[in-house]
Write a protein that binds this ligand. Structure first.
Ligand code: PLP
Length: 428
């Protein structure tokens, strides 16, 4: 008998991670199992924070369970794709037809599918940094190479299209745009989107526009669909019901193709093949699409006095009161991405900062370093929880930071220092 050896895993997976549910999440789970408390601000799941879906959406699914037992067509039910097409035509994308739409079990299924159909080994995809890590992981799993382009905290977390253009090589195939952005909450303005569309146009690239937070906008901020800036450029727009209708557990998303009719026949055929290999998206959830898109209840949550607006404002206010913590106020989505200034708190790398926060305070947030190459000191927190939970979260963060500052002061006090050196300044 041959000796047993470890199962060799795919080399493709080395370097693939999804921090939002990675080792830190496992650690949080172990703490919970051991009866220790965990305050989790790691997942953008509205349902988990007392923001339920509209009853009509649930009813639409329940009422159709009996006739949803079979497979649907691979791209999804026509009635649901029709509703998505109508939705995008209402946003100014007048050319969208049901045959331009693929439904899927969330954007998380469709994004990898779009990349598998596009990439050859070592092809490059430009991805914002920080990013929602599914995109980086999906590029790697499709055999491609993620090339990150920085978003600048000092410029409201916008990227610079000229910088993106400089990163294009003869292996570049696509540019990912996440707008409104997770994790920064930035909503990129038309000039930036036009600039990115122009880079794609000049270099023959595909645009991959993740606009799953398009309905979550604060203070009159306008969202421009990327496809509208580039009707002549192949563009896949991703959206779904996970956030808009607050039913992430139902797994329903879509991808809308524009600008592909003249140049994208081969690509569309590849998408068709991959879509049919997974047979079809979850059929009961498809029944929710038309009803969900006929209800527009996100403005009530995000406008003045709405629950999401109040919670975002509350968290930003609490963070603003912490010395040495800098936060760009998000204009959309439901995340903040504060920075703990390094000269005040010597926190080490983001991973160990987040691990220590969980260990010492039971606070579970996402380290910035797990969201692509970003300057150190960042954490991602969701703005979804009610004010009392946010109070508790920031109290724990403040206690943690205070301890770090005290320990720095103690360290400085115990060392004989040259004149002029000392503990970090205490001003904000
Ligand atoms: N895209 C972004 C930017 C997200 O933040 C998320 C989830 O948090 C997803 C996609 C995943 O969406 P879905 O639930 O449709 O798979």
């Amino acid at each position: 008998m041959t000796p047993r050896s470890d199962i060799r895993t795919s080399r493709r997976l080395s370097g693939v991670s999804y921090s939002l549910r990675g080792p830190l999440a496992a650690q949080a789970e172990r703490r919970r199992a051991a009866g220790q408390d965990v305050l989790a601000l790691n997942l953008g799941d509205p349902a988990a924070y007392g923001l339920p879906p509209a009853r009509e959406v649930l009813r639409a699914v329940r009422d159709h369970l009996d006739d949803s037992c079979g497979y649907s067509s691979a791209a999804g039910l026509l009635e649901a794709r029709d509703a998505v097409a109508q939705h995008y035509r209402g946003k100014g994308l007048h050319m969208v037809r049901p045959c331009d739409i693929y439904l899927g079990n969330g954007v998380s299924e469709l994004a990898p599918l779009s990349l598998h159909a596009l990439l050859d080994p070592r092809d490059q995809v430009l991805i914002p940094a920080p990013d929602y890590p599914m995109w980086t992981a999906s590029v790697v799993m499709a055999g491609g190479r993620p090339v990150h382009y920085p978003c600048d905290e000092a410029s409201a977390w916008y990227p610079d299209p000229a910088d993106i253009a400089r990163r294009v090589t003869d292996r570049t195939r696509a540019i990912v745009v996440i707008n409104p952005n997770n994790p920064t909450g930035a909503v990129w303005p038309c000039e930036v989107l036009d600039g990115i569309a122009d880079v794609a146009r000049r270099h023959g690239l595909v645009l991959l526009a993740d606009e799953i937070y398009a309905d979550f906008l604060y203070e009159g901020t306008r969202h421009m669909p990327l496809a509208q800036c580039a009707p002549d450029v192949p563009c896949l727009t991703f959206g779904g019901l996970s956030k808009r209708s607050r039913i992430p557990g139902y797994r329903m998303g879509w991808m809308v193709l524009t600008g592909c009719r003249s140049v994208g026949r081969g690509y569309v055929a590849a998408l068709d093949t991959l879509a049919s290999l997974r047979l079809c998206p979850n059929v009961p959830a498809q029944r929710a699409v038309a009803v969900a898109l006929s209800i527009d209840d996100t403005a009530a949550l995000t406008s003045a006095g709405g629950q999401l607006r109040l919670r975002r404002d509350h968290l930003c206010r609490l963070l603003a009161d912490l010395p040495g913590v800098h936060t760009v106020q998000p204009s959309g989505a439901f995340y903040v991405f504060p920075r703990m200034t390094g000269d005040r708190y010597r926190l080490g790398d983001d991973d160990s900062m987040a691990a220590q926060l969980l260990h010492e305070e039971g606070l579970f947030v996402v380290p910035g370093s797990s969201l692509g190459p970003v300057p150190p000191g960042h954490l991602r927190m969701v703005t979804l929880p009610p004010p009392d939970v946010l109070n508790e979260a920031v109290t724990r963060l403040a206690r943690f930071l205070e301890r770090r500052e005290t320990s720095i002061r103690r360290r400085f006090a115990n060392t004989s220092q040259p004149k002029g050196a000392g503990p970090p300044a205490s001003s904000k």
